[in-house]
Design a protein around this ligand. Sequence first.
Ligand code: ATP
Ligand code: MG
Length: 252
Amino acid sequence: MVGLRDDLRLALDRVAFARRLGVDPDPWQEDLLGSSSDRVLLNCSRQSGKSTMSAVIALHRALYHPGSLILCLAPALRQSQELFGKVAGFYRDLGRPVAPQGERKLSLELENGSRIITLPGSEKTIRGFSGVALLVVDEAARVDDELYFAVRPMLAVSGGSLLMLTTPYGKRGVFYEEWTGASDSWERYEVLASECPRISEEFLEEERAALPSYVYRQEYECSFEETEDQVFTTTMIERAVTSEVTPLFGTG
Ligand SMILES: Nc1ncnc2c1ncn2[C@@H]1O[C@H](COP(=O)(O)OP(=O)(O)OP(=O)(O)O)[C@@H](O)[C@H]1O
Ligand SMILES: [Mg+2]
Protein backbone atom coordinates (compact mmCIF):
# COMPACT_ATOMS: atom_id res chain seq x y z
CA MET A 1 0.00 0.00 0.00
CA VAL A 2 1.22 3.48 -0.74
CA GLY A 3 1.03 6.45 1.60
CA LEU A 4 -0.97 9.58 0.91
CA ARG A 5 1.94 11.74 -0.22
CA ASP A 6 3.24 8.96 -2.44
CA ASP A 7 -0.23 8.44 -3.82
CA LEU A 8 -0.52 12.10 -4.76
CA ARG A 9 2.77 11.87 -6.60
CA LEU A 10 1.60 8.80 -8.49
CA ALA A 11 -1.70 10.52 -9.33
CA LEU A 12 0.19 13.34 -11.00
CA ASP A 13 2.94 11.35 -12.61
CA ARG A 14 2.13 8.35 -14.80
CA VAL A 15 5.81 7.56 -15.32
CA ALA A 16 6.23 7.19 -11.56
CA PHE A 17 3.04 5.12 -11.51
CA ALA A 18 4.44 2.77 -14.18
CA ARG A 19 7.65 2.37 -12.16
CA ARG A 20 5.54 1.61 -9.09
CA LEU A 21 4.02 -1.23 -11.14
CA GLY A 22 7.48 -2.52 -11.95
CA VAL A 23 7.64 -1.16 -15.50
CA ASP A 24 10.64 1.01 -16.28
CA PRO A 25 9.34 2.85 -19.36
CA ASP A 26 11.25 2.94 -22.65
CA PRO A 27 11.80 6.49 -24.02
CA TRP A 28 8.65 6.45 -26.21
CA GLN A 29 6.66 4.97 -23.33
CA GLU A 30 7.87 7.78 -21.13
CA ASP A 31 6.73 10.35 -23.72
CA LEU A 32 3.34 8.68 -23.96
CA LEU A 33 2.87 8.53 -20.19
CA GLY A 34 3.91 12.16 -19.89
CA SER A 35 1.47 13.27 -22.58
CA SER A 36 -1.85 14.87 -21.75
CA SER A 37 -3.28 14.39 -25.25
CA ASP A 38 -6.74 12.86 -25.34
CA ARG A 39 -6.39 11.50 -28.90
CA VAL A 40 -3.49 9.12 -29.34
CA LEU A 41 -2.49 6.69 -32.11
CA LEU A 42 0.27 4.14 -31.53
CA ASN A 43 1.67 2.36 -34.57
CA CYS A 44 4.05 -0.09 -32.97
CA SER A 45 6.06 -3.20 -33.63
CA ARG A 46 4.96 -6.49 -32.18
CA GLN A 47 6.05 -6.93 -28.57
CA SER A 48 7.09 -3.31 -28.16
CA GLY A 49 4.95 -2.95 -25.05
CA LYS A 50 1.88 -1.19 -26.39
CA SER A 51 -0.70 -3.32 -24.56
CA THR A 52 1.32 -2.95 -21.36
CA MET A 53 1.17 0.85 -21.76
CA SER A 54 -2.56 0.81 -22.35
CA ALA A 55 -3.03 -1.27 -19.18
CA VAL A 56 -0.95 1.22 -17.16
CA ILE A 57 -2.91 4.16 -18.58
CA ALA A 58 -6.30 2.49 -18.00
CA LEU A 59 -5.50 1.59 -14.42
CA HIS A 60 -4.08 5.03 -13.66
CA ARG A 61 -7.23 6.67 -14.96
CA ALA A 62 -9.44 4.34 -12.92
CA LEU A 63 -7.52 4.77 -9.68
CA TYR A 64 -7.04 8.51 -9.74
CA HIS A 65 -10.27 9.71 -11.36
CA PRO A 66 -13.06 8.26 -9.22
CA GLY A 67 -16.16 7.14 -11.04
CA SER A 68 -14.45 6.73 -14.42
CA LEU A 69 -15.74 4.24 -16.94
CA ILE A 70 -12.92 2.82 -19.00
CA LEU A 71 -13.63 0.59 -21.96
CA CYS A 72 -10.96 -1.55 -23.53
CA LEU A 73 -11.71 -3.14 -26.88
CA ALA A 74 -9.85 -5.78 -28.77
CA PRO A 75 -10.85 -7.59 -31.95
CA ALA A 76 -11.24 -11.02 -30.37
CA LEU A 77 -11.89 -12.56 -26.97
CA ARG A 78 -8.35 -13.87 -26.61
CA GLN A 79 -6.90 -10.40 -27.04
CA SER A 80 -9.35 -8.82 -24.60
CA GLN A 81 -8.51 -11.51 -22.07
CA GLU A 82 -4.83 -10.81 -22.50
CA LEU A 83 -5.33 -7.08 -22.03
CA PHE A 84 -7.56 -7.59 -19.02
CA GLY A 85 -4.93 -9.95 -17.59
CA LYS A 86 -2.39 -7.13 -17.70
CA VAL A 87 -4.74 -4.67 -15.96
CA ALA A 88 -5.75 -7.19 -13.30
CA GLY A 89 -2.12 -8.20 -12.79
CA PHE A 90 -1.05 -4.61 -12.14
CA TYR A 91 -3.98 -4.09 -9.80
CA ARG A 92 -2.93 -7.15 -7.83
CA ASP A 93 0.62 -5.83 -7.74
CA LEU A 94 -0.77 -2.84 -5.87
CA GLY A 95 -2.01 -5.25 -3.23
CA ARG A 96 -5.64 -5.19 -4.27
CA PRO A 97 -7.45 -8.42 -5.02
CA VAL A 98 -9.48 -9.04 -8.16
CA ALA A 99 -12.73 -10.91 -7.52
CA PRO A 100 -13.01 -14.12 -9.55
CA GLN A 101 -16.28 -12.83 -10.94
CA GLY A 102 -14.50 -9.79 -12.36
CA GLU A 103 -11.93 -12.07 -13.92
CA ARG A 104 -14.67 -14.03 -15.68
CA LYS A 105 -16.48 -10.94 -16.85
CA LEU A 106 -13.24 -9.21 -17.82
CA SER A 107 -14.25 -6.28 -15.66
CA LEU A 108 -12.75 -4.60 -12.67
CA GLU A 109 -14.78 -2.46 -10.33
CA LEU A 110 -12.88 -0.26 -7.90
CA GLU A 111 -14.12 0.97 -4.57
CA ASN A 112 -13.93 4.56 -5.86
CA GLY A 113 -16.65 3.74 -8.38
CA SER A 114 -14.37 3.46 -11.40
CA ARG A 115 -14.83 0.54 -13.73
CA ILE A 116 -12.54 -0.99 -16.32
CA ILE A 117 -14.41 -3.17 -18.77
CA THR A 118 -12.67 -5.17 -21.46
CA LEU A 119 -14.72 -6.32 -24.41
CA PRO A 120 -14.13 -8.44 -27.47
CA GLY A 121 -15.02 -6.47 -30.56
CA SER A 122 -18.50 -7.29 -31.58
CA GLU A 123 -20.57 -4.23 -32.20
CA LYS A 124 -23.67 -5.76 -30.62
CA THR A 125 -22.17 -6.02 -27.16
CA ILE A 126 -20.85 -2.54 -27.24
CA ARG A 127 -23.86 -0.29 -27.67
CA GLY A 128 -25.37 0.82 -24.41
CA PHE A 129 -22.30 2.16 -22.68
CA SER A 130 -22.19 5.89 -22.20
CA GLY A 131 -20.12 8.40 -20.30
CA VAL A 132 -16.89 6.68 -21.26
CA ALA A 133 -13.88 8.50 -19.79
CA LEU A 134 -11.28 6.53 -21.70
CA LEU A 135 -11.62 4.22 -24.65
CA VAL A 136 -8.70 1.95 -25.45
CA VAL A 137 -8.70 0.05 -28.74
CA ASP A 138 -6.01 -2.62 -28.82
CA GLU A 139 -5.01 -4.16 -32.17
CA ALA A 140 -6.98 -1.28 -33.65
CA ALA A 141 -6.00 -2.09 -37.25
CA ARG A 142 -7.90 -5.37 -36.93
CA VAL A 143 -11.00 -3.93 -35.32
CA ASP A 144 -13.99 -3.57 -37.65
CA ASP A 145 -14.73 -0.07 -38.82
CA GLU A 146 -18.37 -0.59 -37.82
CA LEU A 147 -17.28 -1.13 -34.24
CA TYR A 148 -15.20 2.03 -34.26
CA PHE A 149 -18.13 4.03 -35.60
CA ALA A 150 -20.34 2.53 -32.89
CA VAL A 151 -18.01 3.47 -30.04
CA ARG A 152 -16.98 7.00 -30.96
CA PRO A 153 -20.28 8.61 -29.87
CA MET A 154 -19.74 7.23 -26.36
CA LEU A 155 -17.03 9.82 -25.89
CA ALA A 156 -19.22 12.69 -27.03
CA VAL A 157 -20.94 13.72 -23.83
CA SER A 158 -18.20 12.69 -21.44
CA GLY A 159 -15.44 14.34 -23.47
CA GLY A 160 -13.54 11.10 -23.01
CA SER A 161 -10.10 10.18 -24.30
CA LEU A 162 -9.32 7.79 -27.12
CA LEU A 163 -6.21 5.65 -27.35
CA MET A 164 -5.79 3.39 -30.38
CA LEU A 165 -2.82 1.08 -30.52
CA THR A 166 -1.83 -1.50 -33.05
CA THR A 167 0.63 -3.20 -35.31
CA PRO A 168 -0.28 -2.32 -38.93
CA TYR A 169 -2.58 -4.59 -40.89
CA GLY A 170 -2.84 -3.48 -44.48
CA LYS A 171 -3.71 -0.24 -46.17
CA ARG A 172 -7.30 -0.29 -45.04
CA GLY A 173 -9.56 0.48 -42.14
CA VAL A 174 -10.07 3.34 -39.77
CA PHE A 175 -6.69 3.15 -38.06
CA TYR A 176 -4.86 3.31 -41.38
CA GLU A 177 -7.04 6.22 -42.52
CA GLU A 178 -6.43 8.16 -39.32
CA TRP A 179 -2.74 7.35 -39.18
CA THR A 180 -2.12 8.53 -42.72
CA GLY A 181 -4.76 11.27 -42.66
CA ALA A 182 -4.14 14.97 -42.31
CA SER A 183 -5.97 15.45 -39.02
CA ASP A 184 -3.72 17.01 -36.42
CA SER A 185 -6.05 16.19 -33.54
CA TRP A 186 -4.08 12.97 -33.07
CA GLU A 187 -0.81 12.57 -31.26
CA ARG A 188 1.02 9.85 -33.16
CA TYR A 189 3.72 7.44 -31.98
CA GLU A 190 5.66 5.10 -34.26
CA VAL A 191 7.82 2.45 -32.62
CA LEU A 192 10.00 0.09 -34.69
CA ALA A 193 11.21 -3.22 -33.29
CA SER A 194 14.79 -1.98 -33.63
CA GLU A 195 13.93 0.74 -31.09
CA CYS A 196 12.76 -1.76 -28.49
CA PRO A 197 15.55 -2.61 -26.05
CA ARG A 198 14.09 -6.07 -25.40
CA ILE A 199 14.21 -7.17 -29.04
CA SER A 200 17.70 -8.14 -30.12
CA GLU A 201 19.26 -7.57 -33.51
CA GLU A 202 19.95 -11.31 -33.76
CA PHE A 203 16.29 -12.11 -33.23
CA LEU A 204 15.28 -9.62 -35.92
CA GLU A 205 17.81 -11.12 -38.36
CA GLU A 206 16.32 -14.54 -37.74
CA GLU A 207 12.81 -13.21 -38.31
CA ARG A 208 13.85 -11.40 -41.46
CA ALA A 209 15.18 -14.67 -42.86
CA ALA A 210 12.14 -16.69 -41.81
CA LEU A 211 9.28 -14.41 -42.82
CA PRO A 212 8.09 -13.12 -46.18
CA SER A 213 9.46 -9.61 -46.41
CA TYR A 214 6.06 -7.90 -46.34
CA VAL A 215 5.17 -9.74 -43.13
CA TYR A 216 8.47 -8.70 -41.57
CA ARG A 217 7.87 -5.06 -42.51
CA GLN A 218 4.35 -5.21 -41.10
CA GLU A 219 5.18 -6.92 -37.83
CA TYR A 220 8.44 -5.18 -37.00
CA GLU A 221 8.74 -2.02 -39.09
CA CYS A 222 5.35 -0.32 -38.64
CA SER A 223 4.60 -0.68 -42.34
CA PHE A 224 1.10 -0.82 -43.79
CA GLU A 225 1.51 -3.47 -46.47
CA GLU A 226 -0.89 -4.47 -49.20
CA THR A 227 -3.33 -6.92 -47.66
CA GLU A 228 -2.96 -10.58 -48.56
CA ASP A 229 -6.42 -10.75 -50.07
CA GLN A 230 -5.80 -7.72 -52.23
CA VAL A 231 -5.22 -8.87 -55.80
CA PHE A 232 -4.35 -5.39 -57.06
CA THR A 233 -2.08 -3.11 -55.09
CA THR A 234 -3.51 0.10 -53.72
CA THR A 235 -1.28 2.09 -56.08
CA MET A 236 -2.57 0.09 -59.05
CA ILE A 237 -6.13 0.83 -58.01
CA GLU A 238 -5.40 4.51 -57.46
CA ARG A 239 -3.81 4.69 -60.92
CA ALA A 240 -6.78 2.87 -62.44
CA VAL A 241 -9.26 5.40 -61.16
CA THR A 242 -7.30 8.44 -62.19
CA SER A 243 -9.20 10.92 -64.31
CA GLU A 244 -6.08 11.92 -66.19
CA VAL A 245 -6.31 8.99 -68.57
CA THR A 246 -8.87 9.08 -71.36
CA PRO A 247 -10.87 5.83 -71.51
CA LEU A 248 -10.18 3.61 -74.52
CA PHE A 249 -13.84 3.39 -75.36
CA GLY A 250 -16.30 6.20 -75.07
CA THR A 251 -18.56 6.13 -72.00
CA GLY A 252 -21.69 7.53 -73.53
N1 ATP B 1 9.23 -0.84 -20.37
C1 ATP B 1 9.24 -2.16 -20.26
N2 ATP B 1 10.13 -2.78 -19.46
C2 ATP B 1 10.16 -4.12 -19.34
N3 ATP B 1 9.32 -4.96 -19.98
C3 ATP B 1 8.40 -4.41 -20.79
C4 ATP B 1 8.29 -2.99 -20.96
N4 ATP B 1 7.28 -2.76 -21.82
C5 ATP B 1 6.78 -3.97 -22.17
N5 ATP B 1 7.43 -4.96 -21.55
C6 ATP B 1 7.22 -6.41 -21.68
O1 ATP B 1 7.32 -6.74 -23.05
C7 ATP B 1 6.42 -7.81 -23.39
C8 ATP B 1 5.52 -7.37 -24.51
O2 ATP B 1 4.66 -6.35 -24.04
P1 ATP B 1 3.20 -6.16 -24.61
O3 ATP B 1 2.42 -7.41 -24.57
O4 ATP B 1 2.63 -4.96 -23.93
O5 ATP B 1 3.57 -5.80 -26.11
P2 ATP B 1 2.63 -5.62 -27.36
O6 ATP B 1 3.27 -4.55 -28.17
O7 ATP B 1 1.23 -5.43 -26.95
O8 ATP B 1 2.82 -7.02 -28.08
P3 ATP B 1 1.87 -7.77 -29.15
O9 ATP B 1 2.12 -7.06 -30.46
O10 ATP B 1 2.37 -9.15 -29.18
O11 ATP B 1 0.46 -7.60 -28.67
C9 ATP B 1 5.67 -8.13 -22.10
O12 ATP B 1 6.30 -9.22 -21.49
C10 ATP B 1 5.82 -6.87 -21.27
O13 ATP B 1 5.76 -7.13 -19.90
MG1 MG C 1 -0.55 -6.43 -27.38
